[in-house]
Design a binder for this molecule. Structure first.
Ligand code: G3I
Length: 444
């Protein structure tokens, strides 16, 4: 595990800050362990669904980059995004996610080649033989484009019905090509990119039930007959109606025992606080207990962009602050828990701004460390003859002398990992133009 331990810089004299105007001070930081690093120590990836249109939002990208080692494009590799009109392929948004991931050593899951949803309407109008051609062409074109760049592909997604029937779900593929479309899709995929792991992915298959039994029978049959399949994805969208099943681990294990890898592919759990945290920890522990469970992907970075944001199902809140669920996942992965502040750090830098005959303005920039923080404070001390006559962008409190100001945020003090904010103040010099002493930043 990498150590980010750094010594706090202690400001010895006010003169240090004076001449050049800008000095950086770090608060003490401990070994910061992330979801990705902790999972890697267990031989697994820890991923998230990503939307290309959020990558430009600094705290979104900072959280993604700091915590995750795998990405799944949330919508950008679906059929309607890649081949909205027949034979015309549009890779822009998906490629953007791929480039972001590749530039940072993250893996990419491909989601998804053949699915009844987010399917352009032209596909449903084709007669059987033409549909077969179109399906195989879609798989071939897309997998060639991404050859060697995708660690696992969801070749077929959600092909089974909910409930007790164990039947295949109605779709243009099922209805016109019959159940054999699944096998055909996997054979086409293997022929196109023999190196990619080929997964079947579904929801409500997380515990032992009629639907997962039907998928199990299919995978067993595929393995017996030599139909290429390498992995099964368990979406794992949980809430109070559909909690983490008691036999989750057992179900993952029985699939693994068929000779495939298993992956948790779209984990999210509605709720909040300690009950959400406990459920998340249980899900992570189930994967860790199954040696062929090779990775976990949560279905989004922040609650505010979740497909069911009202249920606040993710690990970071709408301000990118770590939730209790984050801490419990990190702990389950064996990482160093934040424990309410251990990994939360911030640093400050000071710069003199405008200057007049009787006063000057100072500006302090606060930067969160490699973890999101939910609050901070910084102490500013002025010379005894000086006075602070104004402040902005912060809430000051004062010691008895009026010479020591402790600044805290105005309202919400949340900062994403690497996020910044600043506050300012006016110092009346009364003849002493010395700069203030700016203490180290304390994060919470
Ligand atoms: O991008 C358009 C936008 O331009 C338009 O203004 C807006 C109006 O509705 O729609 C936007 O597209 C939406 C897209 O998400 C991006 O936000 C679609 O309407 C919306 O249907 C789509 O929802 C996605 C859903 O799959 C579609 O089935 C969710 O983001 C995505 O999280 C969800 O993911 C699925 C997995 O692929 C498979 N398993 C279940 C999981 C959750 O439903």
């Amino acid at each position: 595990m990498r150590s980010h331990a750094r010594k706090a810089l202690v400001l010895a004299t006010t003169g240090l800050l004076a001449a050049t105007g800008v000095v950086a001070l770090s608060g003490t930081a401990h070994a910061a362990s992330t979801l990705g690093e902790s999972a890697a120590a267990k031989g697994r990836y820890f991923g998230t669904a990503v939307a290309a249109n959020h990558l430009g939002e600094a705290p979104y990208a900072a959280t993604l980059n700091a915590e995750f080692t795998s990405v799944t494009p949330e919508n950008e590799m679906k059929w309607d995004a890649l081949e909205a009109s027949r034979g015309s392929f549009t890779y822009g948004a998906a490629d953007q996610i791929l480039a972001h991931a590749q530039g940072r050593g993250m893996k990419v899951r491909g989601h998804t080649l053949v699915w009844h949803s987010q399917l352009p309407s032209w596909v449903g109008t084709l007669a059987a033989s033409d549909l077969r051609t179109a399906m195989n062409n879609h798989i071939t074109q897309v997998m060639r484009h991404y050859q060697g760049k995708i660690h696992s592909w969801d070749v077929v997604n959600e092909a089974f019905q909910d409930g007790s029937s164990g039947a295949r779900r109605s779709s243009p593929f099922q209805d016109k090509l019959g159940s054999g479309f699944i096998e055909e899709a996997f054979r086409t995929a293997r022929a196109t990119d023999p190196a990619a792991k080929l997964c079947y992915n579904d929801y409500n298959t997380d515990g032992v039930n009629a639907k997962s039994n039907a998928v199990y029978a299919m995978v067993k049959d595929f393995k017996q007959r030599g139909v290429p399949i390498d992995c099964v994805g368990f979406q794992s969208h949980f809430n109070s109606q559909s909690p983490v099943p008691a036999d989750y681990q057992q179900n993952l294990q029985r699939f693994a025992d068929l000779g495939v890898d298993v992956q948790i592919t779209e984990l999210d759990i509605e709720g909040s606080g300690s009950s959400q945290a406990t459920s998340y920890a249980n899900a992570v522990k189930a994967c860790l207990a199954v040696s062929r469970c090779t990775g976990i992907t949560v279905w989004g970075v922040t609650d505010k962009y979740s497909w069911r944001s009202g249920g606040t199902p993710l690990l970071f809140d709408g301000n990118y602050a770590k939730k209790p669920a984050y801490d419990s996942v990190l702990a389950a992965l064996g990482g160093t828990s934040g424990g309410g502040g251990g990994t939360r750090t911030c640093s400050v830098s000071y710069a003199k701004q405008e200057e007049w005959g009787d006063r000057y303005n100072g500006k302090v920039t606060v930067t969160a460390g490699s973890s999101a923080i939910s609050g901070w404070n910084v102490r500013v001390t002025i010379a005894s003859v000086q006075e602070i006559s104004a402040t902005w962008n912060g809430t000051p409190s004062w010691d008895g002398t009026g010479k020591v100001m402790t600044m805290t945020p105005n309202g919400n003090g949340s900062l994403a990992a690497g996020g910044t904010t600043s506050f300012g103040f006016t110092v009346m010099t009364h003849g002493n133009t010395a700069p203030p002493t700016v203490g180290a930043c304390t994060a919470s």
